[in-house]
Design a protein around this ligand. Structure first.
Ligand code: SF4
Ligand code: FES
Length: 247
């Protein structure tokens, strides 16, 4: 395939960015989206030009480091797929792709397609830790967890913190991400001692960092590569009401 790319180039947050056009010839359908960018970068380096900066680590869809807007869709057009697992066979010869970083005020651009998602770390930090007894570990079978609760916790623990939900949301809301963390720990026995303080602190931190509120648009769940559902946001709201009353 021969593709035309329009890529957001921005040297740093202090300098204005703009789109730059590149040709991407001889793209194989077996390449991942990031491998396609690797090849474009090799050509740029060969010509003595600055390669396109983009985030990545595992390239297996599990670390949450990658993420770009492809033609306005977070992680590109393939449902439940991270950018690193998106294969070029989902595009066709002659396509024009617009590649941009996550756009949200709490995620400032570091360079080109890389944004600072440290705000997510601040939300996690504010949730604190879980209280666990020290000493010899308790036999897992002696802590009964209902199947429904275990499944719900696992579904939400799948969140990789990629930030696509924030980038897709017109309100720049981090509700899906925060809801996944609150739902995951709130469903398990180990998460009970800090259940009230966790949700209050995480929601307060989310607001303080400038993330918007959820208005049930659903773009977050539509682009989430781990298919975290809007039910998590309903759980977050219920947990917040419960915690507010208890406080
Ligand atoms: S909820 Fe989904 S889109 Fe949001 S950070 Fe977690 S994995 Fe990424
Ligand atoms: S590079 Fe790890 S999820 Fe994409």
């Amino acid at each position: 395939m021969n593709l035309t790319l329009h890529v957001w180039r921005q040297p740093s947050a202090a300098v204005a960015g703009h789109m730059v056009q590149y040709d991407a010839p001889d793209v194989s359908g077996d390449m991942s989206f990031l491998e396609m960018l690797d090849v474009v970068n090799e050509r740029l380096i060969g010509k003595g030009e600055d390669p396109i900066a983009f985030d990545h680590d595992c390239r297996e869809g599990i670390c949450g480091m990658c993420g770009v807007m492809v033609n306005g869709i977070a992680h590109g057009p393939q449902r439940a797929t991270t950018a690193c697992q998106l294969h070029m066979r989902h595009f066709k010869d002659g396509d024009t792709l617009y590649i941009e970083p996550w756009r949200a005020e709490p995620f400032p651009v570091i360079k080109d397609l890389i944004v600072d998602r440290g705000a997510f770390d601040r939300i996690i930090e504010s949730g604190g830790f879980i209280t666990a007894a020290t000493g010899g570990p308790q036999d897992a079978n002696s802590i009964p967890v209902a199947k429904k609760a275990a499944d719900w916790a696992m579904d939400n623990a799948a969140c990789i913190g990629c930030g696509a939900c924030v980038a897709a949301c017109p309100n720049g809301s981090a509700m899906l991400f925060t809801a996944a963390k609150v739902s995951h720990l709130g469903a398990l026995p180990q998460g009970q001692p800090e259940r009230t303080s966790r949700v209050l602190n995480m929601v307060a931190k989310m607001d303080e960092l400038g993330f918007g509120s959820c208005t049930n648009i659903g773009e977050c769940a539509a682009v989430c590569p781990k298919e975290i559902s809007m039910d998590a946001i309903a759980t977050l709201n219920r947990e917040l009401i419960r915690a507010s009353v208890r406080r």
